[in-house]
Design a protein around this ligand. Structure first.
Ligand code: MEV
Length: 438
């Protein structure tokens, strides 16, 4: 059996690669060349990327693209997107153009509250715990002053700290439930630093609190951490237009299209199997902008899906209706985003993405991301209820198949032309390519 490696992180990059080549890639020496091929020739830029994480061996490229023509609250924006899925940017751009001539997207931030919790166990009288909490709360808030000072200058800070009794669900379990306004930063470090300070002071004070019995004084902190569930950091994006204006790009009347579209959304509202895919389409847009702007897409994903299941059943994030002849399609999304701190000033492409978006505040970015999600969802559902999804998908996929087959530029041109009139399937592309090559 192979032995575990010790001190791997302390090896130089070259040594790490040598170890990898020796241990796992003996049969594929060309793989090591690929690692080097993806290094940036600008050594300072490479070092910057190396230092984002530990044990970096190389870079992993994703396309960085642009979806133009997004009219959002009457401002025309081009949205940078980082995504590998071939049809996403095309779909977003198409939806942007469609809604541009119908008044564009409207978006508003409904709330900006973020949550963090100190989880602790306490075995004793809850009333005593409540009195202790009331007494110690000013001390907690005072203890974090050095951390909150700058955030308060920017208009943010701690909004509230409450004591929560979770003893019914888990024996002896209680929380300090804290809410924060972190302004333009995602705020993870700020929130976690505040929570850890609360925890330290709270536990120390409990150990010497006279009214507590010896057992009660043993109050013990389990952990202190922000929550990625942010249902009160919420943004709404919507589009609307008279039903008859929906008759474009397909053969249905506006009314028929609206009916079928709304039916598709209703299915996603009540059927989890469909809801997950429906929401995946939304996340195609959301994640692409979240990534391009250097935000934490894992946090966003976790929070959004929890929100989609908030009523006890996983459901659609978007909704649609017709009222008085007006079609309306909207989405509410919980999004904890930042436009300062983190990667935003470090990663050159993130900086560029934020420049393209005209240096948005976190609230503006929330609106943009929600709009990208809604646009993506509109494009996907529109395809699904009209032509079907494969037509557009396979057209975009054609280039991937051609690249896999190392097609030349001339071959690509010939086959792209051919497939404007024929259905793309993997085997039909290979067949046509072989014919061409003969
Ligand atoms: C594919 O990435 C996304 C879709 O499946 C979304 C949907 O079904 O609504 C097309």
């Amino acid at each position: 059996m192979m032995k575990p490696v010790n001190g791997f992180s302390k090896l130089s990059k070259k040594e790490k690669i040598d170890w990898l080549a020796e241990t796992y890639l003996k049969e594929q020496p060309e793989d090591v060349r690929i690692l080097r091929q993806y290094w940036n020739e600008d050594s300072r830029l490479q070092q910057l990327h190396d230092e984002f994480t530990e044990n970096t061996l190389s870079n992993f490229y994703f396309p960085f693209g642009l979806a133009p023509n997004f009219l959002i609250n009457d401002e025309l924006l081009a949205i940078p997107m980082t995504i590998e899925e071939s049809s996403v940017i095309a779909a977003a751009s198409k939806a942007a153009k469609f809604w541009h001539s119908r008044g564009g997207f409207k978006a508003e931030v409904l709330d900006i509250k973020k949550i963090g919790q100190v989880h602790f166990i306490y075995s004793g009288d809850f009333k005593k715990l409540q009195s202790f909490f009331e007494e110690v709360k000013p001390k907690l808030l005072n203890a974090v002053k050095p951390i909150t000072k700058n955030m308060e200058k920017r208009g943010g800070g701690i909004l509230d700290v409450t004591l929560k009794n979770k003893n019914q669900a888990l024996e002896n379990y209680y929380q300090l439930h804290c809410s924060f306004d972190t302004r333009d930063s995602m705020g993870a470090n700020f929130i976690n630093s505040c929570l850890e300070k609360f925890a330290e002071v709270f536990e120390a004070e409990a150990h010497t609190y006279q009214p507590f019995s010896e057992k009660e004084k043993q109050l013990e902190i389990i952990m202190s951490i922000l929550s990625n569930y942010v249902p009160q950091c919420l943004v709404r994006a919507e589009v609307s237009c008279p039903v008859e204006n929906l008759a474009e790009g397909h053969e249905m009347s506006g009314t028929d299209f609206a009916e079928k579209f709304i039916q598709a959304v209703k299915i996603a509202e009540i059927e989890p199997y469909r809801a997950v895919t429906h929401n995946k389409g939304i996340m195609n847009g959301v994640d692409a902008v979240v990534l391009a702007t250097g935000n934490d897409f894992r946090a966003v994903e976790a929070g959004v899906h929890a929100f989609a299941a908030r009523n006890g059943k996983y459901s659609s994030l978007s909704h649609a209706e017709v009222k008085d002849g007006i079609f309306k399609f909207w989405i509410d999304l919980p999004l904890a985003l930042g436009t300062v701190g983190g990667l935003t000033s470090l990663h050159p492409l993130v900086k560029l993405a934020l420049d393209i978006l005209q240096q948005p505040s976190a609230e503006e970015l929330m609106k943009i991301v929600a709009v990208a999600g809604l646009a993506q969802n509109f494009a996907a559902v529109r395809s699904l209820v009209t032509t079907g999804i494969q037509q557009g998908h396979m057209k975009m996929h054609l280039m991937n198949i051609l690249n896999q087959q190392n097609a030349t530029e001339a071959e690509k041109l010939a086959l792209t032309n051919y497939f404007t009139k024929h259905t793309v399937t993997h085997s039909s592309v290979i067949e046509q390519l072989e014919k061409l090559r003969k």
